[in-house]
Design a protein around this ligand. Structure first.
Ligand code: NDP
Ligand code: MG
Length: 383
């Protein structure tokens, strides 16, 4: 039996994780479950899984959490500091599934425990890049990618020396607007953006998938996870989302990982690593799928991958600025304040106006993140 903490337990990745735990209750003892404000749902999960502690990041929701946990013997806590403390309770495995840079501090706290971190929260790694990877090294933590592309790459690398790699190819579905003209993109609505053709995900990553910022963030994520250099990372559009990514070796062999569009597959791979576990996911029926197609990304309609590559090239604090500006722009788009094509334009504006020095530690990253958010918010209100 291993101990488990799920940061972001009420979200899409969190509930998929707990679904796997539910099917293998002898394998896990749950330490902490966390949410932002979904206190009632969090309390329900904490009771079901017998968690030691449940934490809401939004302190205003703590009374509701306490009420819902009354008589259960489960601790209730609230606020950002409590979130970090819960992440530091020493679970052997932490699933980092908070959305956005809000997950950075608790994920870093989990890394400092030196255990296994199953990382879904890509924004944390994009923002903190070198700082996070240095902490992983320093504390002897094991970082296992949950993001389906990175999990695929991790499996295809099979421990091989990155020296032998010619290309790492990240596949992208292209999102719901893959074939839309610029004129249609300008008028795209939040409801259209969150309706992903292949995956059922949280609202923020669904919009990121529509803008291709998701792939841009994933490029930066891959840059940190797999030390092959930016020149050996590329993106290909693959509308069926069956091939989750590929590694081409210099000997001419290409290894790909295929699977259904169900995040329980990569989550299970991380939870069971270095072994394997069963999942209830539908088997892959390639004959029914019929065709797998591939094409180059269009960086004119979707500039996000270009912006992300440039940010990765610049390094230092630039990816944190890109991520923060994107988070604010996505929230403004979902709130009806800006149009769809303004998201990338606004990120580019923030990037061109703010060039902070490279961060040395977590608080430097959080400072850059805060300043970039403030600048992005100003752009929203002046639009
Ligand atoms: P969701 O929006 O479904 O869930 C987010 C979780 O984080 C919820 O538990 C939410 O709590 C919590 N949360 C939100 N804001 C905060 C905050 N400010 N402080 C603390 N907790 C917070 O997101 P997803 O599960 O879709 O995504 C989670 C992460 O995984 C993202 O980084 C995403 O990019 C990544 N990912 C997701 C995939 C997917 O298929 N969904 C695929 C690959 C990566 P509450 O319920 O209270 O709001
Ligand atoms: Mg992904």
């Amino acid at each position: 039996m291993r101990t488990l903490t799920v940061l972001g337990a009420t979200g899409s990745i969190g509930t998929s994780t707990l679904d796997l735990v539910r099917r293998n209750p002898e394998g896990w003892r749950v330490v902490a479950l966390t949410a932002h404000s979904s206190a009632i749902e969090l309390a329900r999960l904490a009771r079901e899984f017998g968690a030691e502690i449940a934490v809401v990041a939004d302190e205003a929701c703590l009374p509701a959490l306490r009420d819902a946990l009354a008589g259960s013997g489960i601790e209730a806590a609230g606020g950002p500091a409590a979130l970090v403390e819960a992440a530091a309770r020493g679970a052997q495995v932490t699933v980092a599934a908070i959305v956005g840079c809000a997950g950075l501090a608790p994920t870093m706290a989990a890394i400092e425990q030196g255990g296994v971190i199953a990382l879904a929260n890509k924004e944390a790694l994009v923002s903190a890049g070198d700082v996070m990877m240095a902490a992983v090294e320093r504390h002897g933590a094991t970082l296992l990618p949950v993001d389906s592309e990175h999990n695929a790459i991790f499996q295809c690398l099979c421990g091989n020396d990155p020296e032998h790699v010619r290309w790492i190819t990240l596949t992208a579905s292209g999102g719901p607007f893959r074939d839309w003209s610029w004129e249609r993109l300008v008028a795209a609505t939040p409801a259209e953006a969150v309706r992903h053709p292949n995956w059922d995900m949280g609202a923020k990553i669904s919009v990121d998938s529509a803008t291709m910022f998701n792939k841009g963030l994933e490029l930066i994520e891959a840059y940190h996870l797999f030390p092959v250099g930016l020149d050996h990372l590329r993106i290909i559009v693959h509308p069926q989302s069956v091939v989750h990514s590929m590694v081409e070796y210099r000997d001419g062999s290409t290894l790909a990982q295929l699977g259904p569009s169900d995040m329980r597959v990569p989550i299970a791979s991380a939870l069971a690593w270095p072994g394997r576990m069963d999942t209830p996911c539908a088997p892959l029926d390639l004959a029914a799928i019929g065709e797998l197609t591939f094409r180059s990304p269009d960086e004119v309609r979707f500039p996000a991958t270009r912006l992300a590559r440039e940010a990765a090239q610049s390094g230092g604090a630039v990816p944190a600025v890109l991520n923060a500006a994107n988070e604010i722009a996505v929230a403004a788009f979902l709130g009806g304040q800006i149009g769809f094509t303004r998201i990338a334009a606004q990120v580019e504006d923030v990037l061109s106006s703010y060039a902070p020095p490279p961060p040395d530690c977590l608080s430097d990253v959080l400072e850059v993140d805060g300043e970039a958010r403030a600048r992005a918010r100003l752009l929203v209100t002046s639009t």
